[in-house]
Design a protein around this ligand. Structure first.
Ligand code: GUN
Ligand code: ZN
Length: 429
């Protein structure tokens, strides 16, 4: 079966942080040919119709077809406590997050939230995510199974913590290694799944646990390793007291074998010059989580400065420290943080970050994150007039970016006309 999906289209031939908005390609009346779950053709709608007379046609009219969104850092177990009031990072973890994560010892609860979470993602146009789980191996099992059932490309790992977390929410160095290794053997490379080695962050792991996970990563260098880095000043001060001989926060990870090109570091707001230089040299990825950084009061990520240094940067919700499941809302928050730093991001840069940039941060940009021949057909179809407020603003637009920007700033799941995963429509019409 060949599908021909018609509408406006948006794709990228380069990085708009390097090339500017001309790195993006918009067709007013374009199309995507999908065969066997992959993109088999791109072009003008009428030419594609003529070339594929037998294809099943889905015509989205004025709606915009893009690669599905890629969320480069999230915590699916925090779905139920998103938007919890009034705390900063360490208090927020202790008051809201850890009690909720405790519940994932029950595989039935983990399965229920994993399904709910992935359905919320698809309703928001997100087709791939890199998610933390909880310390319970069953929490990772539940997410991998739920993603497999939906055909989604998923990256996830059991979160490891063996100190500074409550009873019932700690593993140990050996069990973290053993359980991670068993999950990796079962899921890494199975279908569309990738295992990610996941020490939560330096304060909740002993040096022995960090070393054990560093050793596991050395055995499986094709895996990603995800953790948190320099999110809040209190956290950084705590890391200094816990690891007094480390040069800085990043050095804690490096000293335990947890710095490398497949490292994915969430937040990375308050970095020292040495850390920035080391990250750039390594080719590791930094993930900007803007709704989380304003919601938990963490600070303003230096997108312009980091990108100018050549850092590999992705974009993410950080659900449920982040206050939204929507990558549209996340782009809006990234724009606002850029404004507060006097470096506003162009709509092309925001869209690239939410698709190809995040895919590049997760090293899956050869498979998803762009409309290009041979890519997996994970698509989102966006209604550019999804509410009266957006419609009246978009109606005045004189060019494409001006028509898209109101949806970036004011859009949510109502803007998602349909989501396609692996060439199948999974939400919308
Ligand atoms: N640092 C360590 N764990 C977490 C978490 O769950 N959320 C956020 N935002 N930061 C963290
Ligand atoms: Zn996080």
């Amino acid at each position: 079966m060949t599908d021909l999906i018609l509408g406006q289209t948006l794709s990228f031939s380069a990085d708009p942080f390097v090339e500017g908005p001309s790195a993006a390609h918009h067709r007013r009346r374009g199309g995507v040919v999908v065969q066997d779950g992959r993109i088999a053709g791109l072009g003008e709608a009428e030419a594609l119709r003529a070339a594929h007379p037998d294809a099943r046609v889905t015509d989205y009219g004025d709606a915009l077809i893009s690669a599905g969104f890629v969320d480069a850092h999230a915590h699916y177990p925090q779905t139920g406590i998103i938007a919890s009031w009034g705390k900063r990072l360490i208090d927020w973890l202790n008051s809201y997050t850890f009690p909720e994560e405790m519940r994932f010892g029950d595989p039935a609860y983990a399965g229920e939230i994993a399904g709910r979470y992935l359905d919320l993602l698809l309703a928001h146009g997100t087709t791939s995510v890199a998610s933390y789980c909880t310390i319970h191996p069953g929490s990772a099992e539940a997410l991998f199974q739920a993603a497999e059932a939906r055909g989604m490309r998923i990256l996830a790992g059991k979160t490891c913590m063996d100190r500074n977390a409550p009873d019932g929410l700690r593993d140990n160095a050996q069990s973290a290694y053993d359980d991670s290794k068993a999950l990796l053997a079962r899921w890494h490379g199975r279908g569309r799944a990738s295992y990610v080695i996941t020490p939560r962050f330096a304060p909740t792991s002993t040096p022995e646990q960090l070393s054990a996970l560093g050793a596991l990563w050395a055995e499986h260098p094709d895996c990603l390793m995800q953790t948190h880095l320099s999110e809040q000043p209190d956290e950084i001060a705590w890391v200094k007291t816990l690891f007094p001989t480390a040069q800085d926060y990043l050095d804690v990870y490096e000293a335990h074998g947890l710095l490398g090109p497949g490292g994915v570091y969430g937040h990375a707001i308050h970095l020292e010059p040495r850390e920035r230089a080391r990250l750039a040299e390594t080719g590791a990825a930094l993930v900007h989580c803007p709704t989380s950084n304003t919601f938990i009061g963490s600070g303003l990520f230096d997108m312009a400065g980091l990108v100018a240094e050549g850092q590999r940067v992705g974009l993410a919700t950080d659900t449920g420290g982040g206050s939204s499941f929507s990558m549209l809302r996340t782009m809006a928050a990234a724009y606002e943080i850029g404004q507060l730093r006097h470096t506003p991001l162009h709509a092309a840069q925001l869209w690239w970050l939410a698709t190809q940039g995040s895919a590049r941060a997760l090293r899956i940009d050869d498979r998803v994150g762009n409309l290009a021949l041979g890519m997996e057909a994970d698509l989102v179809v966006i209604d550019l007039a999804s509410t009266p407020a957006i419609a009246q603003r978009a109606a005045r637009a004189e060019e494409f970016w001006e028509a898209l920007f109101p949806t970036i700033m004011m859009g949510d799941d109502r803007a998602i006309r349909a989501t396609w995963v692996g060439g199948q429509r999974v939400t919308g019409v």
